[in-house]
Design a protein. Sequence first.
Length: 345
Amino acid sequence: MELAEAMSQVPGVHGQLSLSDRAEILGGPSPPHCDLPMPTYSGVAGFVWRLFCSPFLVPWLVRRLHVLRPDLVVCAMPGPLDPVFLVALRVCRVPIVVVVHDADPHPGDVFPMMLKLQRVIVRRANAVVTLSAHVAQRLREQGLVRPGVRVVAIGHPPRDFGPAVQPFAHGGPLRLLFFGRLLPYKGLDLLADALRVLGPRADLETRIVGSGPESPPLSALRGLPGVTVENRWVPEHEIGTIIAWADALVLPYREASQSGAAAAAIAACRFVVATQVGGLVEQVRDYALARLCDPDPSSIAAALDGLLKDRGTVVPYTHHSNSSWQSFAQAILDVAATAPGEATV
């Protein structure tokens, strides 16, 4: 949605948006205009049924594409039905740029076929964009990209979920937030151990919010004083409020391609405590409110302790504009303009 809007702000470009017809934001309080709602599915049985119906879905997509007449398609988040969409694009001779978020599966990911499907799209893409140089390098090492096809790393723009006040404006204890999928690679066990190292603190309140399977680290976090765990799906309209509650976000990851939570923290001008792993380093190292540490409990605890001690020294709050998304859109268009089978955009 952000990318389509930013595309339309580039001179000479009209951005169009295609989403799942079941997309949560389409039923939200301020739904975006969706030019091509894509019929999708619920559950494995629904997915199999959609694939079974693909001989009818492809002609429908071809007709819709002839109406919309895109010069270029950007696949912003690869999904299971993309191979069906790809067939229609090839029929219509529309080039495609694929934005790749992950080159390797993360421990605990519940969609084991996603990366295999993503590789099908990547091999047929006219250009590939990654959100970190770390992922770009992994794609090159895996040999997934056709000769002559560019792989370009463009940093994830800040993701603004709404207005937020300056950190510590509430005048109470440091509010520390972990936000996102509650999976093994996110280092929740490291965070639990780091909080044990710090010990009970009257000046620290920790909140874990996200969705994932129940696990020993979550049980351990629930048992710590000053820690609350909310294992639930978070609707889009709640995210801004949750980010605004926090003074700092903690990203104790064991591995990372990049982080949407970090992008949200940067947009809201929150402190970030993050481990030095994967593409996470390049995403936050130039951010003034970031504190980098090693992926071990003592280093995370030391970073949190330093934040507690230095909380009086606050960088002035600045609200991010949409200019970073416009730059992101322009960079993608620049990549597409030099891609094999280039389009007029």
